[in-house]
Design a protein around this ligand. Sequence first.
Ligand code: ZN
Length: 231
Amino acid sequence: MTKKIKKVCINKDCRYKGKSLELNKFNKGSRVCKKCHSKRVLNDRDNRINKKLAELIDKEVIKADELESANLLFKSCYRAIEDCTKNKGLYRNVSIAWNDPLLMMEDLIMKKKRFWEAWKEQSEIYFKSNKMLSARATLDRIQEDGNYTLDNIQMLSHGENSKKAHVKPLNVIVMDINGNKTDDIKCKSVKEAVDALKIKHPIHAFIDSGKTYSHEDGRILLFKSRKKSSK
Ligand SMILES: [Zn+2]
């Protein structure tokens, strides 16, 4: 008997239409192919969010014309939870008070009236601007070194939020190719660091990541955010 090395996706709507597929097209032990699997995950997510939104409309927590804003909020909650769970880059050591984006969205809408008002206003600007990224409402942590909790979240437009990230004071440790420290620079902002060190690439993902940035000229840089001097 020959060993079976191919598999058929059992989803009747599969794009491969019953064709035998290589095993790498499947997650281990799964009977549906990876394409069908991710479609199913997205569908489940959509079904849950739609059900929750319908429920909030029924309870008159939100109005029908606020659906789009709520959807944006859901997506932001989803991303925040994803990012914090991965514990990487900017979100290293940032914790989040929710593990279900639907509950997070619901809490923000129901328990933070002013936040929700601001979110809706900003979303309206965003839609009117033809979805200009800088106008997108985002979840901002008020205390930047704090976590995602009900008290520490405010609405900022994407533009305001990036600006805020840019004025974050930084310490940059400069090392030579052998890892010997050659300099320790204090910068008032990301922009100042980028200018002073003549870096071309975005460095946000490196800040507080514990990972070094290798400059093409051989310098090795380590970025650490610094708390703003008291004011
Ligand atoms: Zn399939």
